[in-house]
Design a protein around this ligand. Sequence first.
Ligand SMILES: [Zn+2]
Length: 117
Amino acid sequence: MIFFYGIKNKHLKTSALNANQIQCQHCHSGNMLMSIVGRYAHFFWIPLFSIGKTGVSHCEHCKQVLRKREFTPQLNQEFIQLKQEVKAPFWFYIGLIAIGILFILPILTSLFFWLIN
Ligand SMILES: [Zn+2]
């Protein structure tokens, strides 16, 4: 079933984790990656606003993927750090901006005509 409103995810950034500090719980390899995923509400597939970020870690050696709720305290710390570096792109808010313009434009045009008369 297709929903014309809801929540979508968009990959924002992937970064390698420090091999000396963080190792995979499963295979103890140091080749870990952390991805930050931005989440936004959409209406008819038009992004309305950002509703935060989530993350996944993946091991390049054994391919184990951990979601945010499965993170170790160490991984969680890395996630919080990386999350602060990544900003949600402006187009996550394009729907709200369009709605804002639709409300502001008539006010500005009526103000303009009131001023020139
Ligand atoms: Zn691994």
